[in-house]
Design a protein around this ligand. Structure first.
Ligand code: PDD
Length: 283
């Protein structure tokens, strides 16, 4: 059984409870982060914490992350669960208060918890065969740049992908791709440029996306942050997604059409290896 962290304590997972009045539960009034762990160490810790603080600020959740020794606490969570490879989920809600659309009074303590999930990140069989995806309209709310727990639409679209016999779903506005259900979407154009959606309220600023842009630029690849359509992605040389849990994952089919030769792209796999190297070099 896992040991989890909740509101200042480490407890067995079945002893961790939140109130039925928690606003995370009643209003999805909570933000979160997913950190990946490799060789027992967190990848891109600082960028994840920065995004968490930004999410809290944008939601006006009054919680001071600097009052907690997060590096020490997450290291303890990793150690107590003997986690070498997997993810850590960390959630902060506005806390518990009698149900009211209006926010509770200042000083209501946030509900804070974190837990580990052991899983193979480097040797993921999907990296060998590539992901097949479908596209669906992006009907999420308009502040996708904030990492809230309001994930129902993404969850429903993953179920549609599963029902369609594919691996996941890219979300589109008109025919322009925003991002994957839980990853950022990227393509390699026929002339070798890496294209990924520009930042704004329409997508989550992925930490993996950010690291990968640096890695790509450092290796001489031109990166364009701009909108791209389904047709451009289908006609691209290669396609892939980025996320904390998938790293760089090739996409080989979009809405039934093969991307490139229908196999994981050469540049994509080189970027995946470079990202894993970047991850291992930390700590
Ligand atoms: N998802 N876009 C969305 C909508 C996401 O939910 C995620 C992450 C990303 C990629 O961000 P990052 O590279 O920082 O993981 C993009 C996480 C993994 C999740 O919810 O499980």
């Amino acid at each position: 059984m896992r040991t989890v962290y909740i509101n200042g304590q480490f407890v067995a997972e079945d002893a961790a409870h939140v109130s039925i009045f928690d606003r995370g539960l009643l209003f999805a009034d909570a933000v979160y982060e997913v950190f990946s762990v490799l060789d027992g160490r967190i990848i891109d810790y600082a960028a994840h914490m920065m995004r968490l603080e930004r999410s809290l600020a944008e939601m006006t959740i009054d919680h001071d992350c600097s009052a907690t020794d997060w590096p020490g606490l997450l290291a303890a969570l990793i150690e107590r669960n003997a986690l070498t490879e997997g993810t850590i989920y960390l959630q902060i809600s506005r806390g518990a208060a009698d149900r009211d659309f209006l926010f509770p009074k200042a000083g209501t303590p946030a509900t804070v918890f974190a837990f580990t999930q052991a899983r193979a990140l480097v040797f993921n069989p999907m990296a060998e065969r590539g992901m097949r995806i479908i596209t669906r309209p992006d009907r999420r709310w308009g502040r996708r740049d904030i990492k809230t727990v309001q994930l129902l639409y993404a969850s429903m679209m993953k179920m549609e992908a599963k029902a369609a016999g594919v691996d996941d779903c890219w979300l589109v506005e008109g025919d322009v791709i925003t991002e994957g259900t839980s990853q950022n979407a990227c393509i390699i154009t026929p002339n070798g440029h890496l294209v990924t959606r520009d930042l704004g309220h329409h997508i989550l600023p992925g930490v993996t996306r950010l690291s990968l842009i640096d890695i790509a630029r450092a290796s001489g690849i031109t990166v364009e942050e701009r909108p791209f359509t389904i047709a451009e992605a289908q006609g691209a040389a290669e396609a892939f997604v980025t996320s904390a849990s998938l790293f760089v994952m090739p996409v080989v089919e979009i809405d039934g059409l093969s991307v490139g030769d229908g196999r994981p792209g050469f540049e994509t796999m080189a970027l995946r290896r470079a990202y894993i190297e970047h991850a291992r070099a930390q700590g």
